[in-house]
Design a protein around this ligand. Structure first.
Ligand code: AHR
Length: 501
């Protein structure tokens, strides 16, 4: 196999990583909340019903911003149902997931969960712009953030939350371009609603950060036109536009699946170009950045049937995908794609956090465990902080049906404040090891302090309730740094984290 090469030089950087790139997402969907995050009576649960074993794993995962409460769920959400005495909260139909929502876990419980995770966890609250509008958004903002002395802020205090929640980051609806969305709108309709909501919210607090809905996927027929129309209305009023993308191997095409990040990177670049085009049209100096607030591997083609068969159960088992080593390698490559665009992607949310297409799984009354995708995320969040270096690979390629010739090597590198550098790299070859040679210019690096590998002789290996630690990262062998050159051999189908000091 030909050697893959690139050069690292501190003079060539992409941008600084916003910690919120390692966000996640908790939706009232399936068992993400109930028996996931929240399970009163579970042996590890605290007095508020938060599972201690899950909390420990969430901390280890290193999530920052946590988007809530949906997703499709939010487009029928009535925030006032989710606050106040639990026994008085109404049960409601959740049209998005054909389930019954008990509202036992609500806004206050979400904020308290975040506070338990630690100071790195930041709220990211989605607003219902499907069945509701400006008035309800303002009411929620006042209830959540106003210090006191008004009906809604005093109501929060009466409900036991004297301190305001301090929610800074808000999503103006969810996937409003999707015909499946309750209250689905055209781009022009949504653009107006988003602009009016944003304007009013800024009247209450000019410091809010707002995310306008972009397309729910790059393959939507309205993609790009949707972004342009929405931004034409909202450019001066919002900070970010959202992107959502999920990948799965379709028709057994594993080679294209392995190159999913090629699509993700083009998607990001298309949205950046659209934002900048609208900015140019408006003669604005402002840049709109990106909130990739739903991304993951998701075996979505299996989901539709599951949902339509439901008869309004509480917290059913839904979207509980089990992730293989192959999935984790693709997942790692998606993380690399996000880091490679850290100059414009400010926020990203792994969808979702627990049980629902998630890195953490739980059994009601039983244990919690890490899926294969847990490891790339935890490592990227831990070591992917700082300045992203510009990585241009010279790599052998392979043929894919969807994306033509794709590089076997997908890589990025992040330089921490202490001068250490971490290389994140994926070998997409299913059969061959990939020799890697990296020239290190002017970085003052002299040693390899670690090479962690996620790979397995069985690409379908996964962690399960019965075998929760079947897949864990292992140490790479023979990785050296000598005379300013890093050399390594990347195992077939592998995710690699190489740390240099
Ligand atoms: O994350 C699962 C679902 O995917 C979300 O509810 C929705 O926004 C998207 O279509």
């Amino acid at each position: 196999m030909r050697t893959a090469r690139f050069t690292l030089d501190p003079a060539f950087t992409v941008g600084t990583v916003d910690p919120r790139l390692f966000g996640s997402f908790v939706e009232h969907l399936g068992r993400c909340v109930y028996t996931g995050v929240f399970e009163p009576g579970h042996p590890t649960a605290d007095a508020d019903g938060i599972r201690g074993d899950v909390l420990d794993l969430v901390r280890e995962l290193g999530v920052t911003a946590v988007r809530y409460p949906g997703g499709n769920f939010v487009s029928g959400y009535r925030w006032e149902d989710s606050v106040g005495p639990v026994e008085e909260r109404p049960r409601r139909l959740d049209l998005a997931w054909r389930s019954t929502e008990t509202n036992r876990f609500g806004l206050s419980e979400y904020i308290s969960f975040l506070r338990k995770i630690g100071p790195q966890a930041e709220p990211m609250m989605a607003l219902n712009l499907g069945t509701r509008g400006v008035a309800e958004a303002l009411q929620l903002q006042e209830y959540a953030n106003h210090p006191g002395g008004t009906a809604l802020s005093d109501l929060r205090a009466e409900h036991g939350d004297k301190d305001p929640f301090g929610i800074r980051l808000w999503c103006l609806g969810n996937e409003m371009d999707g015909p499946w969305q309750t209250g689905h709108k055209t781009a022009a309709e949504y653009g107006r609603t988003a602009a009016e909501t944003a304007r009013a919210m800024r009247q209450l607090d000019p410091g809010v950060q707002l995310v306008a809905c972009g397309s729910s996927g790059r393959s939507m027929p309205t993609f790009a036109e949707w972004e342009a129309t929405v931004l034409q209305e909202t450019y001066d009023l919002v900070d970010y536009i959202s992107l959502h993308a999920y990948y799965e191997p379709l028709d057994g095409d594993v080679d294209s699946f392995l190159a999913s990040a090629v699509d993700m990177e083009s998607f990001i670049e298309d949205v950046v170009a659209t934002c900048d085009h609208v900015g140019a049209r408006l003669k604005s100096r402002k840049k709109i950045n990106l909130s990739f607030d739903e991304w993951n591997v998701w075996y979505m083609s299996r989901t539709e049937e599951q949902v339509s068969a439901l008869d309004w159960p509480e917290a059913p088992r839904l979207l509980e995908d089990s992730y293989s080593v192959l999935d984790a390698v693709v997942f790692g490559s998606l993380l690399i794609a996000l880091l490679r665009h850290a100059d414009r992607v400010a926020v990203a949310c792994l969808a979702q956090l627990v049980n629902v297409i998630a890195p953490i799984m739980t059994e009601p009354g039983g244990p919690a465990w890490r899926q294969t995708t847990f490891f790339p995320f935890a490592q990227a969040s831990k070591y992917g902080r700082g300045e992203v270096l510009d990585v241009r690979v010279d790599s052998p390629t392979y043929a894919t049906e969807k994306y033509g010739e794709a590089d076997l090597l997908h890589a990025t590198a992040v330089r921490g404040e202490d001068g250490t550098v971490t290389v994140f790299a994926v070998n997409r070859s299913r059969t061959e090891p990939l020799p890697l040679d990296v020239a290190l210019n002017g970085l003052g690096l002299t040693s390899v302090t670690g090479h962690s590998v996620l790979a397995d002789a069985d690409p379908d290996a996964r962690n399960t309730l019965a075998e929760p630690e079947r897949v864990v990262p292992h140490a790479g062998e023979g990785t050296t740094l000598d005379g300013g050159r890093l050399t390594a051999v990347l195992e077939p189908l592998s995710w690699n984290v190489i740390r240099l000091a």
